[in-house]
Design a protein around this ligand. Sequence first.
Ligand SMILES: [Zn+2]
Length: 336
Amino acid sequence: MLDEFRSIESLQRRNLESPQKHLWSFEASTFVDYKNDHFPLWKITCGNKKPDASTLVLVGGVHGLERIGSQLCIALLEKYFELSQWDPILQKQLEQLRIVFLPIINPVGVFEHTRSNGNGVDLMRNSPVVAVDKVPYLIGGHRKTKRLPWFQGLQSEVMQKESQFLVDAVMAEMKTSKSLISLDIHSGFGLKDQIWFPWAFTKKPFPRLDMMQIMTDFFEKIYPDHIYKIEPQSKVYCTHGDLWDHLLHDKIQSSSFLPLTLELGSWLWVKKNPMQIFNMQGLYNPIKQHRMKRIFRRHQLFVDFLTRFLIFMRTDEYKKTDFEAYYKKGLQTWYK
Ligand SMILES: [Zn+2]
């Protein structure tokens, strides 16, 4: 069994004995069959289950090879589990907030150390969205063959079970949330940790630019020396079939939905430990223990900030914001 599954099951067992067990739910009701195995798609929820919650959705392991994404998501789950047992500040926060963990979207990929799922499909190219601006050859998604990476699946096929699970889970949460921010954790691009916001299918400005600019301004005021490069994904490259584009474009009309991607800059780990280049996993994951621990620590700040920002979005103060001015500022910041 994957270590990641073991960690989740151990928390689930501890929760049964916990006085705070009403705060948590552990669900594995969808399974992916592969060879002779049966892999669960976990959804773990903590906090307010009522329809007026603000919701943070943390996602990992869409690309199985980028295992650090799942590991970071589970490290955050463990941290919130521990804190929820005794921390009155978090317990108070959870009256308005729900945190949903979808830590291993592509368990077969994590198990086999592949980017794609068991059918050779790249889940983050698998939605029906077709890019309107130029995408890089192959990397942007293609329908040629599953033997090449970035395969979108066949046009005639429905979405893969794992992709559908992610889309359904986010839609279900949005139905019972006042506002929702998701953070989908990946690795493998660049020297810096990056926060990407949609779109991936076009270079046109992202419609929630106002919310993105407000959030960025607030974050940068508190943490002017933060480590992230924040920009639209389309500035780096465009792709077909992005699942977040699909959710935002086709499924969720709410103006309080903000899907973000955290792309951990793995080139930095390779630079510090060049031998990693000879190991496929090493290109996408830190190999040294101390580096992994540092990754688990360094993103806590941003995730904590998101939980606070989501609660701030409920206030009259936020509703009084001049959204148009922030949208215009967003155009200046990212689309000049
Ligand atoms: Zn990825």
